[in-house]
Write a protein that binds this ligand. Structure first.
Ligand SMILES: NC(=O)c1ccc[n+]([C@@H]2O[C@H](COP(=O)([O-])OP(=O)(O)OC[C@H]3O[C@@H](n4cnc5c(N)ncnc54)[C@H](OP(=O)(O)O)[C@@H]3O)[C@@H](O)[C@H]2O)c1
Length: 311
């Protein structure tokens, strides 16, 4: 049995759906803290287990009978996430699981300023040492995240104001990330490989604003802001730890750490990922206001039904 964690989330549910369509609903299972919520997002007939990354016993139970695992990361306070990932990998090591695909991030380097870089570096190191055959897919910035955090509101304001300088990023859609992760899990063909999942092309924020202008049919401009002004804005609008996470993300973006393109994706999927232009055209007007991300990062926003709104 193949098992996908984070089955109530965007990437996990999309990976489950793809595997179920290719192998049949009986060949894949999903894991979630709330299986009822996951059930609304995965095809009928997919078995759903319950486990929490903070609860080692629940993981041991959920991993029984699993042959291959797609491990989707959790999110939040870095220390908590690091402990949760260690828990999952300890449970993998103690299980009969034969191989693991871990969805990491492109930015795990020791000198990276990004808040989450040490978290994912730690998980990758633990996975390599856990004694099970592994594949690491390192995800770039999600196009969906770029859209929901900055481009969607730029439809109203006409401005994308972030501290990215003239750096390039190569966003990739969550669906493409889920596809690559699911195919790597299914095939088992990439054992011991680290594959980077970036978009087809890297863009400056000027170029992204131009693409958004064309897709949304209104003028959108990029206005670079200073790192300190951006941090102050984050402190004014976000709960901990997100000001630090977002500000350090742009410190990392400015160093070109999210410019990795799609060689790893193409190696797994045998095609190029969706172009950002096509992604934006597909989503123009298609999303309800708000996103899966804003309520968790920003104060004073409604949180009900986050996941449902994004699909
Ligand atoms: N590359 C990027 O641009 C980017 C941006 C933001 C985040 N990320 C990372 O990418 C991951 C996957 O993205 P996504 O869009 O699929 O995120 P998502 O929709 O928030 O899904 C995350 C999944 O992790 C599960 N989870 C969280 N904490 C858990 C715990 N303690 N035990 C068990 N499951 C837990 C969630 O379950 P619940 O439904 O129970 O919460 C959910 O199913 C995120 O978790 C985050 O680490 C990447």
């Amino acid at each position: 049995m193949l098992l996908v964690t984070g089955a109530s989330g965007n990437v996990g549910s999309a990976a489950v759906a793809l595997l179920a369509s290719r192998l049949g609903a009986g060949a894949v299972a999903g894991l979630a803290r709330d299986p009822a919520r996951a059930a609304a997002r995965v095809p009928f007939g997919v078995q759903l287990g319950r486990a929490d990354y903070t609860d080692r016993a629940s993981l041991d139970e959920a991993f029984a009978g699993v042959s291959a695992l797609l491990f989707v990361a959790s999110d939040g306070d870095a220390r908590d996430v690091m402990k949760q990932h260690a828990n999952v990998i300890d449970a993998i090591a103690a299980s009969a699981i034969e191989r693991v695909v871990f969805a990491s991030i492109v930015d795990v380097e020791e000198h990276s300023p990004f808040y989450f870089a040490p978290v994912y570096r730690d998980a990758e190191q633990r996975l390599r040492a856990c004694g099970k055959p592994w594949t690491i897919v390192r995800c770039g910035m999600y196009s969906d995240f770029l859209f929901s955090q900055w481009l969607e509101q730029a439809c109203d304001t006409g401005i994308v104001d972030v501290p990215a300088g003239r750096a390039h990023i190569a966003p990739i859609s969550r669906d493409d990330v889920a596809t690559a992760a699911a195919l790597a899990l299914e095939s088992g063909a990439h054992e011991g490989q680290v594959l980077e999942l970036g978009g087809a092309k890297a863009y400056t924020f000027d170029e992204i604003a131009e693409l958004a202008s064309m897709a949304f049919g209104r003028s959108i401009a990029y206005r670079p802001v200073s790192a300190t002004d951006y941090l102050a804005r984050c402190w004014a609008t976000m709960e901990d730890p997100w000001p630090h996470a977002f500000a350090s993300l742009f410190a990392s973006v400015s160093q070109g750490r999210f410019a990795v393109t799609s060689a790893g994706f193409e190696q797994i999927a045998g095609r190029r990922p969706e172009e950002l232009k096509a992604f934006l055209e597909r989503h123009a007007g298609g999303f309800a206001r708000g996103s899966a991300w804003q309520p968790r990062f920003h104060r004073d926003q409604e949180t009900a039904g986050d996941h449902e709104r994004t699909r």
